[in-house]
Write a protein that binds this ligand. Structure first.
Ligand code: NAP
Length: 248
């Protein structure tokens, strides 16, 4: 059964990793996928081709999620190309890890802008369309780190915790118009983002996971599929942990 047949979706940061996994699973479920990247043009165009081969409409857009004006322009272009927006997935994110003692102001600001302000930019940009449609699902990619904190990631943890507060507030503001907003808190997911970590840190994460393995982009994509589809029609304001039991 295709759960997203004919739905139009925007995913930020889908040139690789979790975003790419979401785009692939959504394409398999019949969604038309508009997605962004910041610099990885070649892999983005490759993904666009792969999705088009599934018989859905797909388009890659170069757009900096941290920019308010670029986000507005992006949503206007997507509406021209796709006509409506049923689902927004705020997935774009970066890390710039360091102990607080050594963290520079620039690295704090950059992580907050790309991970958190982007969510404000994109949600605001799609809001009018979803209000007119009287339906929509917004999914914000938070992290276990936003729920429990992590040494060496004060900037990242603050951005991901901020996303949870934002999610719950949007759910309260827009629920009466049938617009749902939820967050996903992935644990340790094996992507280029986690490739940067040293082996000792990775082993530490794995040891702490009851299911004793890192997650895959597809694990997260399947949770997104539930939150994007009508199966979760009575679910809003929630944080879904996709972490192999890490937060248990
Ligand atoms: P990733 O492999 O590093 O991919 C990040 C994606 O975001 C890329 O497509 C990148 O595009 C895009 N991006 C970066 N900056 C952007 C910007 N300013 N505007 C638009 N797109 C931008 O990361 P990932 O592991 O898939 O993570 C995806 C999301 O899940 C992030 O929000 C991350 O914080 C969250 N998360 C990840 C994990 C994990 O273990 N991996 C755990 C919890 C939460 P370019 O390639 O063009 O730069």
């Amino acid at each position: 059964m295709k759960l997203l047949e004919g739905k139009n979706v925007i995913i930020t940061g889908a040139s690789r990793g979790i975003g790419k996994g979401i785009a692939q699973v959504f394409g398999q479920h019949g969604a038309n996928v508009a997605f962004t990247y910041s610099s990885s043009e070649a892999p983005a165009l490759e993904l666009e081709k792969e999705l088009s081969g599934m018989g859905v409409k797909a388009k890659a857009y170069k757009s900096n999620a941290a920019s308010f004006s670029e986000s507005e322009e992006l949503v206007a272009k997507v509406l021209e190309d796709f006509e409506s927006i049923d689902v927004l997935i705020n997935n774009a994110g970066i890390t710039k890890d360091n102990l607080l003692m050594r963290m520079g102001e620039e690295d704090f600001d950059k992580v907050i802008e790309i991970n958190l302000k982007s969510v404000f930019n994109m949600t605001k940009a799609v809001q009018r369309t979803m209000l007119k449609q009287r339906k929509g699902s917004i999914i914000n990619m938070s992290s276990v780190v936003g729920v429990k904190g992590n040494a060496g990631q004060t900037n990242y943890a603050a951005s991901k915790a901020g996303m949870i507060g934002f999610t719950k507030s949007v759910a309260l503001e827009l629920g009466s118009r049938n617009i749902r907003c939820n967050a996903i808190a992935p644990g340790f997911i094996e992507t280029e983002m986690t490739d940067k970590l040293d082996e000792k840190t990775v082993q530490g994460w794995r040891d702490a996971i009851p299911l004793k393995r890192g997650g895959s982009p597809e694990d997260v994509a399947n949770a997104c599929l539930f939150l994007a589809s009508d199966l979760s029609g009575y679910v809003t304001g929630q944080v879904l942990n996709v972490d192999g039991g890490m937060l248990t």
